[in-house]
Design a protein around this ligand. Structure first.
Ligand SMILES: Nc1nc2c(c(=O)[nH]1)N[C@H]1C(S)=C(S)[C@@H](COP(=O)(O)OP(=O)(O)OC[C@H]3O[C@@H](n4cnc5c(=O)[nH]c(N)nc54)[C@H](O)[C@@H]3O)O[C@H]1N2
Ligand SMILES: Nc1nc2c(c(=O)[nH]1)N[C@H]1C(S)=C(S)[C@@H](COP(=O)(O)OP(=O)(O)OC[C@H]3O[C@@H](n4cnc5c(=O)[nH]c(N)nc54)[C@H](O)[C@@H]3O)O[C@H]1N2
Ligand SMILES: [Mo]
Length: 670
């Protein structure tokens, strides 16, 4: 007998935020499919979510609290009940606070679930505790900083408006892996005659959706944008009227900055032939509605914010901002659709506490003093796998005097280092309210199955911890649904006039689309090529950290279609689809090193060594190697995964990660 169909939301860190139809039989999810009624995702699921039930009911799910019995990292635990586990945490934290102060406790969380309540449910607790705060900058703060420097708070156009474009530029985005529903609009545009370019550092699966794939040197996109603008100015392919009315600082930019970037110079920086740069500029200048869809990869460099800032400047020269089907889409910022401060409760902090950058966890655990980190609480994140400089993170997690609690669905690389592991529910077992960073949809989810085993939601665990720590604020005694109701009761302009009945039914609902501009949401109301508040008042080309580096090969730590960061590695079928943990290399680089396809190789730099199986492919240019996916150590060919090769250095603005700004050398064998 077929089960009941219930609605839920994909909780993962993806711009699309699909609505799900879940078939439930006897309290188990038996099948998951896309919801055709969702305005943006239209019933299609990605390869990762097709069998979400295999994650939810995986035999590897954690079902009971665990207490460490063996050495740190050995993965030896005994089961315990919740009371014992919570009491131990509270007692140990009490001791740490007495000896070192509450700032010796560090929460570490990111994006295992994107729901607003479950994702942020630790904030009020740790604010109340007086713990150190975490700067959650692993993903794309440099992209935000670069966009904001030019466009302020100007909202993105509706993603489906790409269908009205005649020149679509997928710039540093592997949309076939990370944003498949955006490609729907791209296909529509193509049907109407648009040309599609992909600009990346290697031929990703998205190349199949593009008419033309343009491969640049890593981190050089800012130079390309400057070169295109140089040519637009030289050839008078400018929208002078738009510039005069809506752009700040163009004349000085054109006279002082653009002359520095003639095509010959840009060719040296990007590796593109002069004739191609000329051709690109002419096509961009001629297009009626050029639409840039900007990914985050190119922002994860020492010059990442400046690169995004420079690219965000380009559409202004041809007046593409505000024109239907044109402009630049970096991601939507619908954060203001909800009063998030009601969830995060910064007012629970009695004084502003120390802020620790999550990209530098290795440093925080091994070198930070005043006070040192003595207690670490990890929830919906897997720092042993996803965080830069894996060797330093693992050294930190291995400290005998560090008390680590990990709230997880699986025995991840991080959980294996815990003193206490707490079992977490999956999204199908919890209530939440979702927004999205790639669409204007919101959606409410309620549990569709009971918790698997003894697992608990983030929200519930913080309620237990609050009680154990003696916090008596009523806030900690409400349910997640109470808080969601409260959020929905606070009016916000983005939610004005939305279909609340649909929302209550659990369906995806579109917010009111903000007017894109002009005037632009910047202090001047204009596109700010000149921005006096920035240390660099004009966009220009900045070098990456590794422009000139010790090793010859630039390492791309790219996403795979068959996993999401270090999530989904519990599904064997998806690991098989990835073809194992591979390093992709150009045939010339492989030949120069005497390396054959399928061989075991070691990539190394000053930070570490990682074993891969080699995939030789002309899709990767010489001088670049590609490692897709963030593998769990349980499934790696050697003792480390890719982030052992990634440094803790930060971006130029925004204190972001620099995952793509690393070099390696590669040798055969281990
Ligand atoms: N299947 C899948 N989906 C995902 C994820 C995943 O891991 N797998 N991750 C999720 C998360 S957390 C995020 S933030 C988003 C990210 O989504 P995207 O922004 O699409 O992905 P990124 O990893 O940021 O990088 C995208 C591309 O940037 C390219 N790139 C790197 N350096 C450069 C450069 O210098 N110039 C150019 N032009 N391109 C460059 C990489 O080769 C890669 O193809 O995707 C989300 N969705
Ligand atoms: N080499 C390389 N490294 C990367 C990236 C890359 O592309 N390449 N991408 C980077 C980016 S953009 C990002 S955003 C980060 C992502 O970093 P993370 O957000 O840490 O990513 P995940 O690996 O998805 O880990 C999330 C964990 O949360 C758990 N989880 C899921 N739901 C819940 C829940 O409801 N409660 C609890 N307690 N746990 C839950 C999952 O089981 C999973 O282990 O990774 C970064 N690291
Ligand atoms: Mo991310």
């Amino acid at each position: 007998m077929a089960g009941t169909i219930m609605r839920s939301v994909c909780p993962y860190d993806c711009p699309d935020t699909c609505s799900l139809l879940v078939e439930v039989e006897d309290g188990r999810a038996t099948r998951v499919s896309g919801d055709p009624e969702h305005p943006f995702t239209r019933g299609t699921l990605c390869p990762k979510m097709l069998h979400y039930e295999r994650t939810v009911h995986s035999p590897h799910r954690l079902t009971t609290p665990l207490i460490r019995t063996g050495p740190k990292g050995s993965g030896q635990f005994r089961p315990a009940d919740w009371d014992e586990a919570i009491e131990r945490v509270a007692a140990r934290w009490g001791n740490i606070i007495a000896s070192f102060g509450a700032e010796a406790i560090l929460p570490y969380s990111y994006a295992g679930t994107m729901g607003l309540v479950q994702r942020n449910s630790g904030h009020p607790f740790f604010h109340r505790l007086g713990a150190s705060r975490l700067a959650r900058t692993i993903c794309s703060p440099a992209k935000d900083a670069g966009w904001q420097a030019v466009m302020g708070e100007t909202p993105a156009p509706h993603p489906d408006t790409v269908a009205d474009s005649d020149l679509v530029i997928l710039w540093g985005i592997n949309a076939a892996a990370t944003s498949i529903h955006f490609l729907h609009g791209v296909r529509e545009a193509k049907k109407r005659g648009a040309t599609v370019w992909l600009i990346d550092t290697y031929e990703t699966p998205t190349a199949a959706a593009a008419d033309r794939t343009i491969l640049v040197h890593p981190g050089s996109d800012g130079a390309l944008a400057l070169g295109l603008m140089h040519l637009l100015a030289r050839d008078e392919q400018l929208d002078r009227e738009f510039i005069a009315a809506h752009v700040q600082g163009f004349e000085e930019f054109a006279s002082r900055i653009l002359p520095l970037y003639p095509p010959e110079q840009v060719s040296l920086l990007t590796g593109l032939p002069v004739i191609l740069i000329e051709e690109m500029a002419a096509s961009y200048g001629r297009a009626n509605a050029p639409f840039i869809r900007l990914g985050s990869g190119l922002s994860r460099y020492g010059n990442g914010a400046m690169t995004v800032r420079t690219i965000a400047t380009l559409p202004a020269l041809v007046g593409a901002y505000g024109r239907p089907g044109a402009g630049c889409f970096c991601g939507v910022s619908t954060g203001s659709a909800f009063a998030l401060a009601e969830v995060t409760r910064e007012d629970f902090m009695t004084k502003p506490t120390r802020i620790v950058n999550m990209n530098r966890l290795g440093h925080a655990l091994t070198e930070l003093s005043g006070p040192p980190v003595m207690g670490l609480y990890v929830y919906h994140s897997n720092p042993a796998a996803v965080t830069p400089d894996q060797n330093s993170v693992l050294r930190g997690l291995g400290r005998d005097d560090l008390f680590t609690v990990v709230h997880e669905r699986f025995m991840t690389d991080t959980a294996a280092f815990a003193d206490i592991v707490l079992p977490a529910t999956s999204s199908l077992e919890q209530s939440d309210i979702y927004r999205s960073y790639g669409t204007y949809c919101i959606q409410r989810a309620r549990p569709v199955i009971p918790p698997v085993g003894g697992s608990k939601t983030n929200w519930e665990v913080f309620a237990l911890l609050a009680r154990a720590m003696g916090f008596d604020e009523p806030f900690f005694r409400q349910s997640a649904d109470n808080l969601i109701d409260h959020l929905l009761a606070i009016p916000r302009s983005l939610r004005e006039g939305i279909d609340t009945a649909r929302l209550a039914e659990g369906k995806g609902v579109e917010l009111r689309l903000p007017a894109v501009a002009p005037p632009f949401a910047t202090p001047s109301g204009k596109v700010e090529i000149f921005n006096p508040r920035e240390p660099e008042p004009f966009p220009r080309y900045l070098p990456t950290h590794e422009e000139k580096g010790e090793h010859p090969l630039r390492l791309m730590t790219a996403p795979t279609p068959f996993a999401l960061n270090a999530s989904f590695y519990e599904q064997e079928e998806l690991r098989i689809k990835q073809g194992g943990m591979r390093l992709q290399m150009n045939p010339a680089d492989a030949a120069a090193r005497g390396l054959a396809d399928g061989r075991e190789v070691t990539a190394f730099n000053r930070l570490g060594e990682v074993v891969f199986s080699l995939k030789v492919t002309p899709g990767v240019p010489a001088g670049v190697v590609v490692a897709e996916g963030v593998w769990w150590l349980a499934h790696t060919p050697g003792p480390r995964s890719v982030n052992a090769l990634v440094s803790q250095r930060l971006t130029d603005r925004g204190e972001g990660s620099t995952f793509y700004d690393n070099r390696v050398e590669v040798r055969g064998g281990r």
